[in-house]
Design a protein around this ligand. Structure first.
Ligand code: LLP
Length: 432
């Protein structure tokens, strides 16, 4: 019935996740509530790890892109699974370090890292700082000089592959705020400059071409372009770049319109390009990183809401209002992102009512989904929105001074709170 193995329906007709009855979870922990299944997260991590063994002889390490969901427990889980992480702010870095994440497995991204953030990253001895621009390159070299250390860096390269279109396009110079452009020579200039910086060690080249991608060709093309660049650097600068980070972006299932292929397939095809080009050009295969975020946590999570009022506007539409909204899931308001919604209280009933699920914020656009078919939702029943594990909690807010929901993790059929529900006191903690 579900593409996601952690979901099922029990004898009461209630949706279950990881063997737990969602209606009982809603009663015990309150709503709105994020619920995640730990086995799903770990299984996905293992699939990525296995593909590194299979296609790169273990010569590489996947990094979890923690912008998808950053909290202490997720850092503990991915560390346990042998992953590194990428962080994109001092806040994510602080959270990871406070969960005792090994600093040497942390990569720091961002197109405008502040002086304080760079300072913090250096002092924590993190693995790699992914340099985005010339200002940062100079600032980092200066800072490292003052501290009398050599900092490992990666350079973020714009490969000119834009996967954010119906049919991906290869353009000379994509309009992006991230990274150094290849086409203009900027990226090569940055490499030469980095090699001259005494307090920087150029370890890696990095690219990331987009998110929620299903097609293979943008990934293989980006890999080919980056490998060509590594070969050019070897030939023209007599310098061998040690590692290659090919970014994240693997698509997941939100609705039945999404048909993701197994990640192993992408890994196999991309590695074939990398391995072949290395062999043909007589260079060692670089140490490989990838940075999946959404695909690690997305499908493991659901959000539970309690239905409040149901407003049937004849010949217009039926609004089903829930106790959450854009403060816990802004993705429909922001991107018209599609989700599967179901009535968790009667999950085996036919989804025969077309409704618009509305949040509780004072904002007309505060919708979770429009025109979805759900089994006749009634006040007090529990609605579930599926595949909310990525970019929901991490993009949540206190808009209208709503409280961020708790996150409950299920393991071996037992729920535990990994992030507490915010309290009213939390809201005014910084108010003077
Ligand atoms: N690496 C870099 C450098 C990235 O910028 C991203 C995502 C990732 C890795 C992870 O990509 P993933 O595997 O999760 O697709 N808020 C948007 C998604 C923004 C993604 C930004 N960068 C959303 O809710 O769909």
């Amino acid at each position: 019935m579900f593409t996601n193995e952690c979901l099922n329906v029990n004898e009461q007709g209630h949706l279950t996740i990881g063997g737990c009855d969602t209606v009982e979870l809603a009663n015990e922990f309150g709503t709105p509530l994020y619920v995640m299944d730990e086995a799903t997260i770990r299984n996905t991590c293992r699939k990525y790890k296995e593909s590194f063994e299979k296609y790169y002889n273990g010569n590489g390490m996947p990094l979890y892109a923690s912008k998808a969901l950053s909290c202490k427990e997720i850092y503990r889980i991915v560390n346990d699974e042998g992953f590194g992480i990428d962080v994109v702010s001092g806040g994510e870095l602080y959270t990871a370090l406070s969960a005792n994440f090994p600093p040497e497995k942390i990569h720091f991204h961002g197109n405008n890292k502040t002086f304080e953030e760079l300072n913090m990253a250096i002092d924590a001895h993190i693995g790699v700082i992914v340099v985005d621009n010339m200002t940062e390159l100079n600032m980092l070299n200066q800072l490292s000089k003052e501290k009398n250390i050599r900092t490992n860096i990666s350079l973020r390269i714009k490969p000119g592959v834009d996967a954010h279109t119906h049919q991906f396009v290869q353009t000379g110079q994509i309009d992006s705020k991230f990274g150094f452009a290849l086409e203009t020579g900027e990226a090569f200039y940055a490499v030469k400059l980095a090699l001259q910086c005494e307090n920087l060690v150029l370890k890696e080249l990095h690219c990331h071409i987009g998110s929620q991608i299903f097609e293979l060709s943008p990934f293989t093309l980006a890999a080919e372009i980056l490998m060509n660049f590594i070969i050019k650097i070897k030939n023209e600068c007599n310098f061998l770049v040690h590692s290659l980070n090919l970014g994240g972006g693997f698509g997941i299932h939100y609705t039945d319109n999404d048909t993701p292929k197994p990640y192993d397939y992408f890994m196999r095809e991309v590695s074939a390009v990398v391995n072949k080009m290395a062999e043909e050009n007589g260079i060692p295969v670089p140490y490989i990183h990838i940075e999946p975020g959404r695909s690690i946590v997305g499908e493991s999570g659901i959000t539970l809401y309690t239905v409040g009022c149901v407003k049937d506007i004849k010949n217009v539409r039926t609004y089903v209002s829930i106790d959450g909204g854009m403060f816990d899931n802004i993705r429909y308001a922001l991107y018209q992102a599609e989700y599967t919604v179901l009535n968790a209280s009667k999950a085996s009933s036919k989804p025969d009512t077309t409704v618009t699920v509305a949040g509780k914020c004072c904002e007309t656009g505060d919708l979770i989904q429009e025109n979805v078919n759900v089994a006749d939702p009634q006040p007090g029943e529990i609605l579930a929105v599926l595949s909310t594990g990525a970019y929901n909690y991490s993009m949540s807010s206190n808009y209208n001074r709503n409280l961020r929901p708790a996150i409950v993790m299920i393991k071996d059929g037992k729920p535990r709170i990994i992030v507490k529900r915010e309290s009213l006191e939390d809201l005014i903690r910084n108010d003077i």
